[in-house]
Design a protein around this ligand. Structure first.
Ligand code: FEO
Length: 387
């Protein structure tokens, strides 16, 4: 079992998944993912969530080792998404006396996933309700849409531990030594990004609690400098930029749009000390590109025209930004078109649908390849995006 120390009474029983190809069938996770699960040992014993079915056997081994022959009284269900909930039925069958703790939405949705008799098995909690385990007491706070409607978090008041569900989660197995913010940010914007308002609501509830440790459902247990993590979550969920700089996101078929994007990169570098980042959308991880779009205060998109619209890879990127509620940013556009340029129009229409996006006046329009006047236009674009 992965050695993760929380306290004498709160034990980690989660598992690392390092051979998954794509998390949620879409996210590249080079360092895997952790499905966290916890056990609170007191007069009453509570299991805090189960794990993905990919790791059922390993999880049961961890659970039984820590239980050491004892029987759990409760399974607290924070979230029904199958990466955490896959073993609800098997656990309920294994321990017929164990009660399932969830809210009204949990128990409305649970039968959609599992067909078994819940009669007499459920403890339905609502906002502020407390479950007494002995010296440990769990208080429940609803966190709808962080990341599903039934999500709730639990606060254990004796040891001051917040079980935060997907909140404060991160890609990467627990035995991975990597920067927290990089993979937590990619996780946040791609998985919770649309739900900034709901994350803000949760942060307001958390601000009323004295929290010493945060135990999320993915990623490391946070035990020190909690303000750092909470402040980042506050910035992200307010849709405020984290870094004052420019993210250039380009897609290019034969390299001519790329040449313009690279030229703009050099121009920007020569004009400012702000951070400038550039990505070839065809060859980078889309989730990373989404993350960078949210991270920076400004963005330039550059793409060719394709089938009467914009190059599909750029279309996909902008579609993702739209559904993740990208807003409050300054953007600029470079388009390419050999006979009937349309890319600029399509990219503009995406930004017009988003909230509080300032599109700078100059759109640089290239006909096939950069010409003598292109550099001057790129200079203008650079000045406008930096202004
Ligand atoms: Fe980690 Fe939304 O499940």
């Amino acid at each position: 079992m992965m050695e993760v120390k929380i306290s004498d009474s709160i034990k980690y029983i989660g598992v690392d998944d390092k051979d998954i190809d794509l998390f949620e069938s879409q996210y590249i996770v080079e360092n895997g993912i952790a499905y966290n699960s916890y056990l609170i040992l007191d007069e009453k014993i509570a299991v805090m969530d189960t794990v993905d079915k990919r790791k059922t056997d390993e999880w049961y081994k961890n659970l039984e080792t820590v239980l050491d022959g004892k029987t759990p009284d409760y399974l607290v269900i924070s979230h029904l998404e199958p990466d955490h909930a896959s073993n609800i039925r098997t656990l309920a069958e294994k321990y017929p006396e164990m009660k399932l703790v969830g809210n009204v939405k949990t128990f409305n949705m649970l039968p959609q996933f599992f067909d078994f008799d819940l009669e007499g098995r459920t403890v339905t909690v609502k906002e502020g309700d407390t479950l007494d385990l002995g010296s440990h007491k769990l208080t429940f706070f609803m966190a709808p849409m962080v990341h599903w409607p039934e999500v709730m978090v639990s606060y254990e008041s004796t040891e001051k531990v917040l079980f935060s569900a997907d909140g404060f989660g991160k890609f990467g197995a627990l035995d991975t030594d990597e920067d927290w913010a990089c993979e937590a940010r990619r996780y946040y914007f791609n998985i919770c990004g649309k739900y900034g308002v709901q994350v803000q609501n949760l942060l307001k509830k958390a601000a009323t609690l004295d929290i010493k440790k945060i135990c999320p459902l993915h990623g490391p247990i946070l035990t020190e400098n909690l303000e750092y993590y909470i402040n980042l979550y506050d910035t992200w969920s307010k849709y405020e930029p984290e870094t004052d700089g420019v993210f250039i996101a380009y897609a290019s078929i034969h390299g001519n749009t790329k040449a313009a994007a690279l030229k703009l990169y050099d121009i920007l570098k020569s004009k400012t000390d702000k951070k400038i980042s550039i990505a070839d959308l065809s060859r980078t991880d889309l989730a990373e590109d989404i993350e960078d779009a949210f991270r920076y205060s400004r963005m330039i998109v550059a793409a060719p025209t394709y089938d009467g619209g914009v190059f599909p890879i750029m279309n996909d990127f902008l579609h993702h930004l739209e559904i993740k509620a990208y807003k409050n940013r300054k953007v600029g556009i470079i388009e390419n078109g050999s006979w009937a340029p349309m890319a600029g129009k399509v990219m503009t229409s995406y930004f017009e649908k988003m909230k509080n996006i300032e599109i700078v006046p100059t759109t640089v329009s290239i006909r096939s390849s950069m010409k003598e006047d292109t550099t001057a236009l790129l200079e203008q674009l650079a000045d406008e995006i930096l202004a």
